[in-house]
Design a protein. Structure first.
Length: 90
């Protein structure tokens, strides 16, 4: 029998991935360049509990309930999360 479930409301922290060459290390934790060769970065990746995942500009980097990081595409993020303007109850 198939049952329906509703995701528990959990407040998460997230930051949008917008890399700046001179400030990258400070912008988003766990994101690193992936190199095809030593001269040209070709991609960005983030280490997660499940392994390394591809990250593109404007992806959201979410901090999970256990402090883990993982990427989320902007369209999925928009459908899944609403901004918390007042988190005094959390």
């Amino acid at each position: 029998m198939i049952k329906k479930f509703r995701k528990k409301p959990v407040v998460i922290e997230a930051e949008q991935f917008i890399p700046f060459e001179d400030d990258m290390g400070k912008l988003v934790s766990n994101v690193s360049k992936v190199y095809k060769n030593a001269l040209s970065p070709t991609d960005w990746a983030i280490k997660t509990l499940e392994g390394e995942y591809h990250v593109t500009v404007n992806d959201w980097i979410i901090t999970g309930v256990k402090g883990e990081k993982y990427p989320c595409k902007p369209d999925i993020f928009e459908k899944t999360y609403d901004e918390v303007l007042d988190d005094s109850n959390d």
